[in-house]
Design a protein around this ligand. Structure first.
Ligand SMILES: *[C@@H]1O[C@H](CO)[C@@H](O)[C@H](O)[C@H]1NC(C)=O
Ligand SMILES: *[C@@H]1O[C@H](CO)[C@@H](O)[C@H](O)[C@H]1NC(C)=O
Ligand SMILES: *[C@@H]1O[C@H](CO)[C@@H](O)[C@H](O)[C@H]1NC(C)=O
Ligand SMILES: [Cu+2]
Length: 297
């Protein structure tokens, strides 16, 4: 057995910080003061029109593990199903993800990706999630390797998740100004590393998907990769020990940030001024082509 496994288990066991039930999900997102509901895993029914994708995660708010890196569940969580609504944002806007709390023990990075669906409002409703190609627009990892988040902290370092806890369990991203208009699936994800060195357990991924429409005058549509190719077990940012006295430099997993993206804007609080429903996607109308004149044939 590895030293790190022992220390991880010892620390978690001794301090009893590892909860067994409540993990978390995004309850709502906030754009320019407007709050839009997430998918509520604790309710039997959710509104039909949400910007948030629905899942079968269930009320315990579990995770996707390394055994599912190549499974469709890594895309938008367990049995993630396309949302029927969307939220309109301007390129350059900031979006806050409000999580339903976050366990202190779950230290790790916060990542945000986008995948282009199309220019019709229902393109993210109709898309096959396995065909979405994600590019990274935001990331925070190990923010301070020498400090601890709190005196009671179960791991070393100050992580994106610690910053999220300090900011009322919210994480803020910026939609790249350069992004070309269209409809995108936004995949926000926290990764908890507390069991990352235990091959039978591994890192815990909590992906959360929302449909957005990006407006503006940007012209860039970065290349992406399927979510099933984002992560490989053995990556130094996934197989990483948060319980050693001197932390190794941290490499954030997944592809590099796209050009023009602000990786991690200052995590300011976003005041909720109104609660707004997601815009329902309209079915794409069949565009009738004018009949071709056949007089010349
Ligand atoms: C995911 O969907 C499959 C197929 O419909 C189903 O068999 C399975 O039980 C679902 N998973 C969960 C966790 O509900
Ligand atoms: C980490 O925190 C210490 C103490 O507050 C500070 O001196 C140091 O500059 C910080 N390091 C980084 C990379 O921010
Ligand atoms: C923290 O977030 C919750 C949930 O959105 C909200 O009700 C509360 O007012 C927020 N607290 C602060 C201090 O912003
Ligand atoms: Cu958990």
């Amino acid at each position: 057995m590895r030293q790190s496994s022992l220390s991880a288990a010892a620390i978690l066991g001794l301090t009893g910080v590892h909860h067994v039930r409540a993990h978390s999900h995004v309850t709502n997102i906030v754009v320019n003061g407007a709050s839009y509901d997430g998918f509520n895993t604790k309710e039997d029914t959710n509104p039909d029109i949400l910007a948030a994708w629905s899942t079968d995660v269930g009320p315990e708010d579990g995770w996707v593990g390394l055994e599912d890196y190549q499974s469709p569940d890594i895309i938008c969580h367990v049995n993630g199903t396309n949302a029927k609504g969307y939220v309109t944002v301007e390129a350059g806007d900031r979006i806050s993800f409000q999580w339903l709390g976050w366990p202190e023990s779950h230290h790790g990075p916060a990542l945000t990706y986008l995948a282009y669906c199309g220019d019709a409002s229902d393109s993210c409703v109709e898309v096959d999630k396995r065909e979405l190609e994600f590019f990274k627009i935001g990331r925070g990892g190990l923010l301070n390797a020498t400090e601890k988040a709190t005196d009671f902290s179960s791991g070393m370092g100050i992580w994106a998740t610690d910053e999220l806890i300090a900011k009322n369990h919210t994480w803020m991203i910026e939609v790249p100004k350069v992004l070309s208009p269209g409809f995108y699936v936004m995949r926000h994800e926290l990764i908890a590393l507390h069991y990352a060195m235990e091959p039978t357990l591994g890192p815990q991924h909590y992906p959360q998907c929302f449909n957005i429409e990006v407006r503006g005058t940007g012209t860039q549509r970065p290349d992406g990769i399927p979510a099933t190719e984002l992560y490989t077990w053995g990556h130094p940012g996934l197989e990483y020990d948060i319980f050693v006295e001197t932390l190794a430099p941290y490499t954030i997993p997944g592809p590099t940030l796209v050009t023009g993206a602000v990786g991690m804007p200052e995590q300011t609080s976003s005041t909720i001024e109104s609660h707004v429903s997601a815009e329902p996607a309209e079915p794409t109308r069949m565009i009738r082509r004018p009949r071709q004149s056949r007089s010349n044939v």
